[in-house]
Ligand binder design. Structure first.
Ligand SMILES: [Zn+2]
Length: 424
């Protein structure tokens, strides 16, 4: 089996892995300004695409693969399919404003036509245009609704790989966590490394601290701005706020994403709790933004890493207000406004550097496995016969691979972008 890494190696963003020159696992873009895309875009024409989940850094460039003659078959869960379509349209809109174009509406339409939705646990044989048989199975990855791990077995060589995508085995309000004991054993493991060497805080304590900080902001007469990814994080945070009796304003695409989730309740841990939380929230569009700031308020808004979206409007309005606060809710990728805000106290919007003097706090509502959870996954696979481990999707993949080698003695690699490996 040949595995070539086209992006998302020792970085978080633009995940793309080419198997045997014809199967693509994920095809994302890095949401920096301008966005970065996988290596060789435009020159590869896979026969099959498998999408782990609908975050832009894993699925954002899938429509661009449809431009070539003989569009590939696309395999993903039904929620991922709905979300990929929604996010694709948004990427076209954002590109119009920011001056980039990777695909057109017509490519999204072709992607929908070529999509085969897959249920968790369903074992499929991919043959068709591939010329040989591969078995595919997706399992719940616990990361966001519809997220999946990918098991792929090449029958002719009797060799299998397991790709975690983004995975969470700990608790959240939105998702049932992934269950590694249900994963099939595999010869090769490709594992994300986002939180290697970092543990997550206890979720209950974290929620309490987050809520206390917001309450304090409201009591002092300020606005609490909570930037969130539209997919997953917005819904999780609205559920957290609701459970503590707080009613937020919700602005941005998180509402459309909620509507998609509501239609596919089996992918949620507690559909009623999500519906109740959104039932009480107040929705804001561009005309009502001013009003949302007139009184002390909590505003949950996109984009989670501050690269565009209504959050920039709110930031500009509150940036001098000592009573107000920005509460980031997750990891901020290098090169994004979110990282800039944390490290330099400013954001860049419309080419202008905007100093933000208000307080900025960071809360780890991560939807990724923490250090000990990642190690537990590796341990389970190695005990079940995995001989090759690739550590990808993180800033410390070299260290993670070294840890695997030291502890399990198997061949563990931190691949670099453009590298290809032949595993026999
Ligand atoms: Zn993700």
């Amino acid at each position: 089996m040949k595995i070539k890494f086209l992006g998302g190696c020792n970085e978080v963003g633009r995940s793309a892995i080419l198997v045997d020159g014809k199967i693509i696992l994920d095809y994302g873009l890095r949401p920096s300004d301008p966005p970065e895309i996988p290596l060789g875009n435009g020159s590869i024409s896979p026969k099959t695409v498998i999408v782990s989940h609908a975050h832009l850094d894993h699925s954002g460039m899938v429509p661009s693969l449809m431009s070539h003659t003989g569009a590939p078959d696309v395999y993903m869960t039904s929620v991922t399919s709905d979300l990929t379509r929604l996010l694709g349209r948004d990427t076209i809109r954002v590109g119009r404003d920011q001056g980039f174009s990777f695909f057109r509406e017509e490519d999204i339409r072709r992607m929908v036509e070529h999509t085969r939705t897959v249920a968790y646990g369903e074992r499929l044989t991919l043959d068709g245009s591939l010329g040989e048989d591969y078995n595919l199975e997706l399992c719940n990855a616990g990361h966001i609704p519809g997220s999946s791990t990918v098991y792929l077995k090449k029958e002719s060589e009797d060799i299998s790989l397991f790709y975690t995508g983004d995975i969470k085995t700990g608790v959240s309000r939105l998702m049932e966590s992934a269950s590694p004991c249900d994963f099939p054993a595999s010869d090769i493991l490709l594992i994300e490394s986002t939180y290697y060497d970092r543990e997550h805080r206890n979720r209950k304590e974290l929620e309490r601290e987050f809520i206390d900080s917001i309450t304090e902001t409201l009591d002092s007469g300020g606005n609490a701005i909570v930037p969130c990814f539209a997919v997953g994080r917005t819904q999780e945070i609205v559920m957290v706020l609701h459970s503590y009796g707080l009613t937020p304003y919700v602005d941005g695409m998180g509402l459309s994403v909620f509507s998609l989730f509501r239609n596919q309740p089996t992918f949620l841990k507690n559909a009623k709790a999500l519906n109740d939380a959104f039932g009480d929230a107040q929705f804001v569009n561009s005309k009502r933004r001013k009003k949302a700031l007139l009184e002390p308020s909590v505003i949950v808004t996109t984009a989670g890493m501050l690269n565009g979206g209504p959050v920039l409007y709110y930031l500009k309005k509150i940036r001098e207000d000592p009573r107000s606060k920005v509460l980031l809710t997750g990891y901020q990728i290098e090169g994004t406004n979110g990282r800039r805000l944390v490290e330099e106290g400013c954001v860049v919007t419309d080419g202008e550097v905007v100093k933000v003097k208000t307080q900025v706090e960071q809360y780890d509502f991560s939807a990724h496995a923490g250090d000990s959870e990642l190690k537990e996954i590796v341990s389970r696979f190695c005990r079940n016969g995995t001989e090759v481990v690739f550590a990808v999707h993180g800033e410390h993949t070299e260290e993670f691979a070294a840890w695997v080698r030291d502890n399990y003695g198997c061949n563990a690699i931190a691949p670099k972008i453009g590298e290809e490996f032949i595993i026999e």
